[in-house]
Ligand binder design. Structure first.
Ligand SMILES: NC(=O)c1ccc[n+]([C@@H]2O[C@H](COP(=O)([O-])OP(=O)(O)OC[C@H]3O[C@@H](n4cnc5c(N)ncnc54)[C@H](OP(=O)(O)O)[C@@H]3O)[C@@H](O)[C@H]2O)c1
Length: 237
């Protein structure tokens, strides 16, 4: 039985992942701002589920994570699934900043707590949800595009750092394509249904891979994105 904490578990991929772990009989800690949705998930197995109302953009989220770890008697896997994203061709500053605060600020401050916790404990697994949107410049969503690139590079950097320091910390970067969640306001071609994406996410984390595309064919689409000449790419995106 493992103890997993999922930040951003009130909906979407984080919620699906939480439900899979509850089903597997694991101890699951879930966090997010919408406490009523977290309570509904806890109802599935009140003995094994711990909830924490948390806004990852606030500095106090660091202490809230520490207290959740304590309440659960420890943590083996940490997942940051919180995310914001908008198509923002009008460059609305509120949308840009919300995205940066959750995807960069919140991501960094909580992964830092998990990293130090696992370094001290001697082992652990950190999982971050990046996106294929971080692969190449996308003018329709500047902050989302850049924040997902940040997630990819940051996770790779801490994996290298942990290896250099000989810490037994596994780091997994999840690269979803389009998944029909609240975040994806438009249905794009090749959108995967949430149920399928949730199963793939659960399996990818169990396998402990370094980097996984969800579904797997996005690995090839990502490679293809790089061979499109810049003058055509600019028109598409
Ligand atoms: N859907 C896609 O097509 C797609 C593709 C690639 C990558 N992703 C990534 O997958 C991750 C999960 O997104 P999703 O698609 O599952 O969308 P979602 O259903 O909108 O879930 C987003 C989660 O983030 C949480 N969140 C947002 N702001 C927060 C804040 N300030 N503090 C704490 N939690 C916050 C939400 O909880 P509360 O609102 O309750 O706080 C919610 O649980 C994101 O990182 C997203 O970028 C999604």
């Amino acid at each position: 039985m493992k103890r997993i904490i999922i930040i951003g578990a009130s909906s979407g991929l984080g919620k699906e992942l939480a439900l899979h772990h509850i089903k597997a009989g694991n101890i699951v800690g879930i966090a997010g701002r919408r406490e009523n949705l977290l309570e509904e998930i806890r109802e599935v197995n009140p003995n094994n589920v711990f909830i924490k109302k948390m806004d990852t953009t606030k500095p106090e989220a660091k202490d809230e994570l520490k207290s959740l770890i304590e309440e659960m008697g420890g943590m083996d896997v940490f997942v940051y699934s919180s995310g914001k994203g908008f198509v923002n061709r009008e460059m609305d500053i509120d949308k840009e900043m919300q995205t940066v605060e959750v995807n960069v600020y919140g991501f960094t401050q909580l992964i830092n707590i998990a990293y130090h916790y696992f370094a001290e404990k001697g082992r652990g697994h950190i999982v971050g949800i990046a996106s294929v949107a971080g692969e190449r410049t996308m003018s329709r969503c500047p902050s989302y595009n850049a924040s997902k690139r940040y997630n990819i590079m940051y996770l790779k950097a801490i994996r290298q750092l942990a290896e250099k320091k000989k810490y037994n910390i596994r780091v997994t970067t999840i690269m979803p394509g389009f998944v029909n969640t609240e975040l994806l306001k438009t249905k794009y071609p090749l959108t995967t249904n949430l149920d399928k994406a949730g199963k793939l996410l659960y399996k990818a984390i169990e396998k402990g891979k370094k980097k996984t595309f969800i579904p797997g064919y996005w690995r090839f689409i990502s490679l293809f994105m790089y061979v499109i000449p810049p003058f055509i790419w600019k028109k598409i995106i």
